[in-house]
Design a protein around this ligand. Structure first.
Ligand SMILES: Nc1ncnc2c1ncn2[C@@H]1O[C@H](COP(=O)(O)OP(=O)(O)OP(=O)(O)O)[C@@H](O)[C@H]1O
Ligand SMILES: O=C(O)c1ccc[n+]([C@@H]2O[C@H](COP(=O)([O-])O)[C@@H](O)[C@H]2O)c1
Length: 229
């Protein structure tokens, strides 16, 4: 067993959290044998349009989704601990990942393997993030394929250069590295997004969505509060 603690970080707007997020989380929890997986709802997702659901409600939805994921982990025999972290909600101002990863590095220490989990769309837009080139000095990245975000055709030159220096093919390398490695995984193809689900909740009857799209505890809150109507 490796002595290095393995922490996965899944940052997102989670407006709302959906099954794509949970499948991404389970896939990497299992593949990377994570000790802990932190969901970090963005406090002020500065790149999203206005009209985002207030952060305390997105936090509540993410906590509910965490309950569903914990149940799935129990069933699937995945030993990863799940945490929902409000670090970005507690911090004033735009939510920059660089501030978050620096704080997590302080919390977990220099030896911990910290891996930021993301979908292909996030890797494609990485050069738009604040101080993006500093991130790889704090964390690894594990990137999952996503429909309509083809890396071969959409990856910008700056990310290509980053991959040339940091990409590895064997995911087990991440557990021996505190930061600095990028693993791209092409096994997932989950055609779900928060945008599409918000649109469906707005235009159609809520009954048309089920636990195949939105984790059931989160869906219950959406229904009870009448969100996205
Ligand atoms: N279906 C999916 N497949 C792979 N990764 C995903 C999927 N959905 C979300 N992710 C990843 O999860 C992280 C958080 O995503 P986010 O909360 O923005 O959800 P989203 O569905 O992309 O939302 P929106 O439609 O509002 O942009 C991002 O890194 C994103 O790439
Ligand atoms: O650091 C940044 O400037 C930055 C810019 C865009 C997105 N992010 C982070 O990336 C994660 C996914 O973002 P999003 O917008 O796809 O929900 C979430 O944790 C955001 O805080 C971070």
């Amino acid at each position: 067993m490796s002595a290095r603690k393995k922490i996965g970080i899944l940052g997102g707007t989670f407006d709302p959290p959906h099954i794509g997020h949970l499948k991404l989380a389970s896939h990497f929890a299992k593949l990377l044998q994570l000790d802990e997986l932190l969901f970090i709802p963005s406090g002020e997702p500065w790149q999203k349009n206005s009209g985002i659901t207030p952060a305390p409600i997105r936090l509540q939805l993410t906590e509910a989704a965490g309950v569903d994921l914990a149940r799935a982990f129990l069933y699937l025999n995945i030993a990863t601990q799940i945490g929902i972290d409000h670090i970005e909600i507690d911090r004033a101002g735009p939510s920059y990942a660089i501030d978050t990863v620096k704080a997590l590095r302080e919390r977990f220490g220099s030896n911990a393997s910290l891996t930021w989990l993301m979908g292909a769309d996030s890797l494609i837009s990485l050069p738009t993030w604040n101080s993006w080139e500093e991130l790889i000095k704090q964390v690894n990245f594990a990137v999952a394929s996503r429909p309509n975000h083809d890396l071969d055709s959409k990856i910008p030159p700056a990310v290509k250069a980053l991959l040339a220096a940091h990409q590895i093919q064997d995911p087990s390398a991440l557990e021996n590295s505190a930061y600095g490695l990028i693993y791209i995984d092409s096994k997932l193809s989950i055609n779900l997004s928060s945008t599409e689900l918000r649109n469906r909740l707005k235009s159609g009857p809520q009954g048309s969505l089920g636990s195949e799209q939105i984790p059931s505890h989160a869906l219950e809150i959406i229904t009870n509060l009448g969100l996205y109507q």
